[in-house]
Ligand binder design. Sequence first.
Ligand code: AMP
Length: 420
Amino acid sequence: MDFHTLGLDTGLLDGLHAMGIRKPTPIQAQAIPAVMEGRDLIACAQTGTGKTAAFLLPLIDVIHGYKPRVEGSVRALVVVPTRELALQIDQQMQAIAYFTPITSMPVYGGSDGASFDQQKAALSGGTEVIIATPGKLLSHLNLGYVALKGLEFLVLDEADRMMDMGFIDDINRIVQFLPKERQTLMFSATMAPPIRALAKNILHDPVEISIALSKPAEGVKQEAFVVHEAQKAPVLEHILRTNEASSIIIFAGRKVEVRNLARHLKKQGFNAQAMHSDLEQSEREQVLLDFRNRKLRILVATNVVSRGIDIDDIDLVINYDVPQDPEDYVHRVGRTARASKKGQAVTFIAEKDMREFGRIEQLIGYAVEKLALPAGFGEGPVYRPEGVRGKGANGSRRGSGGGKRGGHNGRGPGAGGRRR
Ligand code: AMP
């Protein structure tokens, strides 16, 4: 499945393309059609699953494609526990909606946010999507100018955390201000009874989605080297020479890299073979057989091998590059330590892969240990997983947030009017 088949607006597809996002994650594949059909939603999903885009994409699609019920009203309200999350969601919103005229504004307390007047202007008309913390939103609501008559979406993100932080009363009060006829989407990492009770109160016949979070097996010792591209090959050779593992898989993303790397290692005297989808079936079988029988010590492979093929007793998995899909990391690392044996997984993180590796660490829920490069191999770059965040947004903010509507492309709100 890809984003085209979900029927999303072309502006959104362009935004995703600019962000380098190609394939929907499982929660996106399930949530997007349900929301576009007008259903309420309760989703059990954690950070790292792509949950933010799972609600932003269909919500922006609907807002962009339909005329507003009431002119000058906020159309979607996303309520979140912390200002950090509000900012993070707003950043993703800017990137995703960059090629649409839909605007957003984060609303939270403290001095580094938009000024109170800016927030007031956004809330009293003109800004379609508001991403707010409960306390600050309530103080605006109590002052009476927040334009909510045309509200179409309420999203509660990280509902369990909002409960833990004592926001339940605030949420119930906020809901009193909203029109009854709306779509409500609720996301939570857990489904404890109080969350269920809240859902029962504010959701109408919701679609339920539960995304199990992948985690590598406990027996895998996970480590990483932060490296410059040029350091990869020498450090790899060093590992292969010094590590006692007798069965090793090296994963690389592209076929050409797999081929070159296997050739290079063979030249250096290592017992290595390449494995990728261009090989004949019989060649693949032979390579796998040799690997299983321990005639072959090192298998250099693309993702083909990371899923599905069951080879036991691999001692060491090396990610020569960081997989694009965080789930692939879990699958790759899962080649080792099968059936509760011990295993080791080493990942090379080059500068261009830091953001991807940050997402993997979010998915698995902890930081992987970064090792110093062996003596004599120089210094690697500093690990900065957030360094290149929001690269699709081109750094510019759309709309003034204060009454002015329309994005950089000059189209008016609801200009699409595609489906009505
Ligand atoms: P979230 O679970 O919403 O916190 O998202 C975690 C990260 O995954 C964010 O950096 C997103 O930009 C990224 N992301 C969201 N959807 C996708 C996707 N379909 N493919 C790859 N990355 C994604």
